[in-house]
Write a protein that binds this ligand. Sequence first.
Ligand code: NAD
Ligand code: LMR
Length: 332
Amino acid sequence: MLSKIATRSFSSTAANAHKVAVLGAGGGIGQPLSLLLKLNHKVTDLALYDLRGAPGVAADVSHVPTNSTVKGYNPDQLAEALTGADVIVIPAGVPRKPGMTRDDLFNTNASIVRDLAKAAAENAPNAAVLVISNPVNSTVPIVAEVFKSKGVYNPKKLFGVTTLDVLRASRFVSEIAGTNPVNEKVTVVGGHSGITIVPLLSQTNHKDLDTETRDALIHRIQFGGDEVVQAKDGAGSATLSMAQAGARFAGAVLDGLSGEKDVIEPSFVDSPLFKSEGVEFFSSKVTLGVEGVKTVHPLGELSNHEEELVKTAKETLISNIKKGVEFVKQNP
Ligand code: NAD
Ligand code: LMR
């Protein structure tokens, strides 16, 4: 009996065997994210890449007894790290310090993401690309433009990871309501920075919060990243909660690729929802399937207040997205 159970849990069918590459695996997010991905049984080949330190992280993580191989790659081995990848997760780039906005990271991170996207387009054009590097509202369009320039853009395979906003919304609402955060599901839409983050509390059991409490809660969800940046006091931004968020979202993408049904997570994707208004990317609930994005869900019924928040978010998103697109046009 024991051997049967062991055989079942360690065997990987083709649908469940996936190569996942982490670009920026030596960093504050990359290290715990790599560990959490090692624990995912759908990951059979884990490729860890960074400018420095990836072989060490790989050696360390490789001792965790799950059924996957782990290999670390140095800067001259990026193509090898990417070849055959089904999923590429990108947490490479600099994090904020107190007083900075995510947009302040653009000048440094835009070129990092552009160059990694070029390598991904050349070596793993069919992989699902999950962008963590900030500012997500601009780095996702950067990846799209690079893939378009190489003729391999597939809008179903590009995701901005906004899951940390979803985690925070669950946690923060539970603190107010005195509930178990595990049972709190809050859809968060828009983008991933400040006022572009719009939690849809009217679609939860907490639609009757008084205005002051509601506004404070929304503000905390929108600016939760700042709490961590300030507490770390110059040593970076969220890494551990982000690793959990990244592993959860990568796990959902892998579940979808493996053919599981009804896998739904919010994500910042190439979205039809507001394209007619010039918003090319928008985060909303997405059903994940074997091809990547299966369905981009509409926002559903919104309160008047949420309508206003979405309107404001769209204005900022248009300029954040344009900034990413222009960057690649001017710096191909
Ligand atoms: P970090 O500085 O600890 O780690 C970044 C890693 O990226 C480093 O190991 C660095 O060597 C590596 N790197 C830099 N350039 C690279 C390149 N060209 N190729 C490969 N690796 C490269 O930073 P962190 O705390 O891990 O944060 C990383 C990024 O994630 C930041 O931009 C941060 O703002 C962002 N972030 C996003 C979210 C989100 O919700 N999407 C949450 C937290 C942090
Ligand atoms: C977060 O939301 O924690 C991240 O985007 C990092 C940051 O800069 O706040």
